[in-house]
Design a protein around this ligand. Sequence first.
Ligand SMILES: [Zn+2]
Ligand SMILES: [Zn+2]
Length: 409
Amino acid sequence: MVELTNVSAVIRREEATIDDSTDERSRERFTIITAADIDPANVTKHWFVKDLGFGAKHLRNLEVRWLNLGKTAAGGSTRTLAGEKADASLFRLCSECGKLDTATGRNKRSDHRPWCSQREAQDESVVNLALARKLTTEGLLLRLPLSVTMGDSFAVPSLAASLLLGLRERIGGDPDHLHITTVRDPSKHSTDAHEALLLHDVVPGGTGYLAELANPDIVWDVLHRAWKIVKDCPCQDEGKLSCENCLLPFAGVGGVKKTSRAAAERHLAGLLTGREFDDTIDVPDSMPWTVTQEEPIVTDTESALEKRFRVVFKERLETLGATITPKPTERGEEWEIALGSANRWTLRPQENILGSKPDFVLTSRNPGVPPTAIFTDGWSTTQAPRTTVSPTTPKNVATCAMAATRWSL
Ligand SMILES: [Zn+2]
Ligand SMILES: [Zn+2]
């Protein structure tokens, strides 16, 4: 890894000449990973919402690094950096003059600076490296509960966009001096690192704005402003994930397909009320949170079991070579599952069937296959063995009535 301090460019006339072959410049996409050093020594203030697993940390002297791993989809190896798997084709440079190599295994004069001794060499001498950039500034880390992030690929991008939307409403203009990125915040009590949104200043050293923002009532207000916009946005009736009036302006490069108004509305309502989402929730006009300095131990709730089910089910399906296309809905993420071209399934969450609400209903496109109702709460609510469910509960009466296969996990 090389840290970027100075940049110079060498341009050859034939590469730089503008002609009529295309209307637009060709654009390259690069794999860029953001890593932040969440050092407890730099935390000036922290708090958690009781029983929710949501919390905030304000950090001074926060070091944010951007690693550029080379062109996206250029066929390099996969590496795990800052807890994320990423394509890393890296940059292939001449080991002496540092000019970018254009062809593997072949040395060309034009791949070197004029003074480079490798210009005429028979074999090329290259190094592969990533480029890094660093900023030391002020940051506000918002830890998201596992009940929000686990098994929902729309949750984090949609909440990141919501936070910027809420800030625009509070500041009264675009929050240009603040950037947002996703990081992992290690927990004191569990081995699962929580996903977190890191809002950081783009000014070295920070402007002090985030210190003011780091109060619970202000964070609540920012989220509430975003929630008011996404809940009423007309794009919910237009079959769009989000639109230019709500989250789209804040979706970021590559985030558009994962930024969902419906997911944001559901998760914001859960965060604002300080409880897990269910559709009977009323969001109040002022902060109902009980704030604590102690990191709470948040135990698995019923819905965490549903999410764990998703995580495991997804792994198994992917092992079988299935393609999963997630779609956000008001009730959670729906999956279209394709196992080959003829074998298609849909997994719908929280669907009402005959007065019962299984956690999921799995339906095949093949009309001969009955739907499967899946209940993931058997263990935690009854302490019974996972395969046994009393035949007298309304849930089971309903599933019998619809001739569905029932799984209790
Ligand atoms: Zn060279
Ligand atoms: Zn919208």
